[in-house]
Design a protein around this ligand. Structure first.
Ligand code: ATP
Length: 620
C-alpha cells in the first residue's frame, strides 16, 4: 500500500499527544495498524506496552486480524487491542483480587440476576406497574448517559426529559443495590475504573508503566468518562494518539463526547493535530455528494473530503409510491449485484422486517448485524395473536380480558368479572350478555362483536388484521395511546403493515405464528457468507464498507426522526446535526454504488421524503 504524506505523518508520530482528524474512508484504522507495527519494528517499543482502544469488540477483533495479516512476522506479539470496557474489566479484576472483593457482572440476560430483571423489579416496586420494553431501553440509555457524561441524576433531569415516573428514585435504588452487593454493569466498569485509578497510586503506576503508548480509534464516540480514564492513564508522558472523525459521531444518546476533540488543544497544549482528508473508499460522485452534505452542520471541525478515485455512476435517488414498490425495486436491482458486496442500511431496526420478508420470498440469503429484534416480542404482535386466538375460541376469557378495552364495544371490567363467574365453556359475549340489567344497546354491541369474531375466524391472517384494525377499531386505540407508549401512530401502523405482509402467504393462525418464529430464527442465527447480503442499522455499520449500499425508508419523521425535527423547530440544532451525521455515516459506507430510496406511502399513511434526500437532490 502506498501511503499519502498525511498518512505517513500519522504513522510516524511516535511520542507525545496527537489527534488525527480524518474523513470517512481515509484509512484511520489502516494507519493505526501500521503505526503499531512501526512502533514495534522501528522504534523498539515492547508490543506489550501498546494499548489500542477500539469502539466495539468486533472492531478490536478486526484490528487484530488486520495486524496479523499485514504483519504475520508479528502475529505472536502480545499487542493489546481492546475495547475500553474490556480494559476496565481487567483493571477491576486486578483491584478486586488485591482487595478480596467479589464483583459480579450483571450484563448476561441468560442469568437470573441481570440488570434488566433488576431494573424491572425496582420499577415494579416503585411504580406498581410493569415497565414496557421501550421504557426499559430508555431507562438503560439514561443511566448509561449519566455515567458516561459524569452527571448526577439531578443534573441529567435539568436538561433532559424522560418518560419514566420516579426516575431519580429508581436510579438511586438501582445504584444502591449494585453497590451493596458488588454488582457491575458495563457503565459501572467505567466509573469504578476511574475511582481505582484516582485512588490507588500503586495500580495507576503499574498500568501507566504497562501501557506507555495508547491509541484510540473512533475517538468521536468516546465518552467523557472514557476520555478521563485515558487521560489519567496516559499521564505524564502523554504518548496518546486519538484517531477520530467528529462528523461520524453518532452515539450522543449514549453519552459520546466529541467536544473532547474540539477541546483537544486545551487538554494537550502541545498536542499535534493531523488532518487526513483523502478518501480511498468511494467514487468521486459519492465523495462529492457527502462532502457537500456534511458541510451543513455547524458543530464541527472544517474538513474537505477529497479523492483520487474515479467518477462512476451518480448517486441514485429513488422515490417510489409505496413501501412494496421499494422492496420490488430492491429485489430487481439485486439481481445484477454481488450480494456479499452489498448492504441494506436503515435508521431503525424495525425497517428490517419488511425487507427480510421480501428477501425470504425471493430466496435471497441475508445476514443481519443486529440480532435481537424487539419487533418479535412487541405487545402489538401479542395483541394481534390474541385477537386471532379469541376468534378460534370465543370462550377464552383470559385472552379476551387482555384485549377487550382495545376495541369497540364499551365492555366494562365489572361485566368481565361477572362473566368470569359463569360457565367457562360458553362464548365470552354470551356470558357478558347475562350481566344483570344489561340494556339493549350493550346487547346489540355484544351480538355484533360475536359476529365480528365469527367472521375473523373464517379469514386468513392478512384479511383478519385489516378487519381488526378498521372494523374492530383497533387503529383508534393505537392512535389514542401511541404517545403514552412512546411511539408515534405511524410507527405502530407500520408494524401492522409488516404483520399483514408476513400474513400475506399464511392460511391460518398456526402458519402465521410459525412464520413469525421462522423469521425471528433466521435473524438471530444468520451468518455472513459469500452469498449473503448484509442488513444493518446505520449505527451498527460503523467502520464497514461495501461496494453497493442501499439506504431504505428515507422518509421525513423517520430519518431525520421526529424529535430532532421538533427540537430544531424550537431552536435546538444538536439532535438534527446528529441525525445528519448518521445519514453521512450511511452514505460514506458505499464504495461504488449508492442508492437512496424513499417510499411515499406505508399502510395507507402518506409521507414526505427525508429532507436530507431533497437536499442531496438539490446538491447534484
Ligand atoms: N494509502 C491507501 N491506498 C489505498 N487504499 C487505502 C489506503 N489507505 C486506506 N485504504 C483503503 O481505504 C479503505 C478505508 O480504510 P479504513 O477502513 O482504514 O478507513 P477509515 O478511515 O477507518 O474509515 P471510516 O472512518 O469511514 O470507517 C480500506 O479499504 C483501506 O484498505
Amino acid at each position: 500500500m502506498k501511503f499519502s504524506l498525511e498518512q505517513k505523518n500519522a504513522i510516524n508520530h511516535i511520542s507525545g499527544p496527537a489527534l488525527i482528524l480524518a474523513v470517512p474512508g481515509a484509512g484511520k484504522t489502516t494507519v493505526l495498524v501500521h503505526r503499531t507495527y512501526n512502533l514495534i519494528a522501528n522504534h523498539n517499543i515492547n508490543p506489550e506496552n501498546i494499548l489500542s482502544i477500539t469502539f466495539s469488540k468486533a472492531s478490536s477483533i478486526d484490528m487484530k486480524k488486520r495486524f496479523n495479516t499485514l504483519f504475520p512476522q508479528a502475529a505472536s506479539y502480545n499487542v493489546h487491542f481492546s475495547t475500553i470496557h474490556s480494559f476496565c474489566y481487567g483493571l477491576i479484576r486486578e483491584y478486586a483480587y488485591i482487595n478480596r472483593i467479589n464483583y459480579r457482572l450483571i450484563e448476561d440476560n441468560k442469568r437470573q440476576l441481570n440488570k434488566y430483571n433488576l431494573l424491572k423489579k425496582i420499577y415494579l416496586d416503585i411504580n406498581k406497574t410493569y415497565i414496557t420494553e421501550e421504557k426499559l431501553e430508555n431507562l438503560l440509555n439514561a443511566i448509561g448517559y449519566i455515567k458516561n457524561k459524569m452527571l448526577t441524576a439531578d443534573q441529567y433531569l435539568q436538561d433532559n426529559k424522560i418518560d419514566i415516573d420516579n426516575f431519580k428514585i429508581i436510579y438511586n435504588s438501582y445504584e444502591n443495590y449494585k453497590k451493596k452487593y458488588n454488582l457491575l454493569d458495563f457503565d459501572d466498569m467505567l466509573t469504578i475504573s476511574l475511582e481505582i485509578l484516582k485512588n490507588s497510586k500503586i495500580l495507576l503506576e503499574k498500568y501507566r508503566n504497562r501501557y506507555k503508548f495508547i491509541q484510540v480509534d473512533e475517538g468521536q464516540d468516546t465518552s467523557k468518562i472514557q476520555m478521563e480514564i485515558i487521560r489519567l492513564l496516559a499521564l505524564p508522558e502523554n504518548n496518546l494518539i486519538i484517531v477520530a472523525d467528529d462528523d461520524q459521531s453518532i452515539y450522543g444518546f449514549r453519552g459520546a463526547y466529541p467536544k473532547a476533540l474540539l477541546d483537544f488543544n486545551k487538554d494537550y497544549i502541545n498536542g499535534k493535530i493531523f488532518f487526513m482528508e483523502e478518501n480511498y473508499r468511494s467514487s468521486k460522485n459519492i465523495v462529492s455528494v457527502s462532502n457537500k452534505f456534511i458541510k451543513s452542520n455547524t458543530l464541527r471541525y472544517k474538513k474537505e473530503i477529497k479523492t483520487h478515485n474515479p467518477y462512476l455512476e451518480p448517486v441514485n435517488i429513488i422515490k417510489v409510491k409505496s413501501i412494496t414498490d421499494q422492496y420490488e425495486y430492491l429485489i430487481e436491482d439485486l439481481k445484477n449485484k454481488d450480494l456479499s458486496k452489498s448492504c441494506i442500511l436503515y435508521r431503525n431496526n424495525l425497517s428490517s422486517i419488511g425487507i427480510i420478508e421480501f428477501l425470504i420470498r425471493n430466496n435471497i440469503s441475508f445476514y443481519t448485524r443486529d440480532k435481537k429484534l424487539r419487533f418479535f416480542n412487541h405487545w402489538l404482535i401479542k395483541d394481534i395473536v390474541d385477537f386471532l386466538i379469541l376468534a378460534k375460541d370465543t370462550s377464552n376469557m383470559d385472552i379476551y380480558e387482555n384485549i377487550y378495552y382495545k376495541i369497540k364495544g364499551y365492555i366494562s371490567k365489572n361485566q368481565i368479572n361477572y362473566a368470569k363467574t359463569l360457565d367457562a365453556n360458553k362464548c365470552v359475549f354470551e356470558r357478558i350478555g347475562e350481566y344483570p340489567g344489561i340494556n339493549e344497546f350493550y346487547k346489540r354491541n355484544l351480538r355484533e362483536l360475536k359476529l365480528d369474531f365469527k367472521k375473523i375466524s373464517n379469514m386468513k391472517p392478512r384479511e383478519a388484521i385489516f378487519y381488526i384494525e378498521y372494523h374492530l377499531e383497533y387503529d383508534i386505540y393505537l392512535k389514542e395511546n401511541s404517545i403514552k407508549f412512546g411511539y408515534t401512530y405511524d410507527n405502530l401502523s407500520t408494524m401492522l403493515y409488516y404483520l399483514k405482509l408476513i400474513g400475506e402467504n399464511c392460511e391460518n393462525l398456526e402458519e402465521f405464528t410459525q412464520r413469525l418464529n421462522h423469521i425471528q430464527f433466521l435473524c438471530s442465527n444468520s451468518t455472513k457468507n459469500t452469498n449473503t447480503i448484509t442488513l444493518s442499522t446505520i449505527h451498527s455499520s460503523k467502520g464497514l464498507e461495501f461496494e453497493n449500499i442501499y439506504m431504505i425508508d428515507l422518509i421525513d419523521g423517520e430519518f431525520p426522526n421526529t424529535s430532532s425535527i421538533e427540537d430544531f423547530d424550537l431552536g435546538n440544532i444538536e439532535n438534527l446535526e446528529e441525525e445528519r451525521r448518521l445519514f453521512y455515516v450511511g452514505i460514506t459506507r458505499a464504495k461504488k454504488h449508492l442508492t437512496l430510496i424513499a417510499p411515499n406511502n406505508i399502510n395507507g399513511n402518506e409521507f414526505l421524503p427525508s429532507r436530507f434526500l431533497n437536499e442531496l437532490e438539490k446538491n447534484f
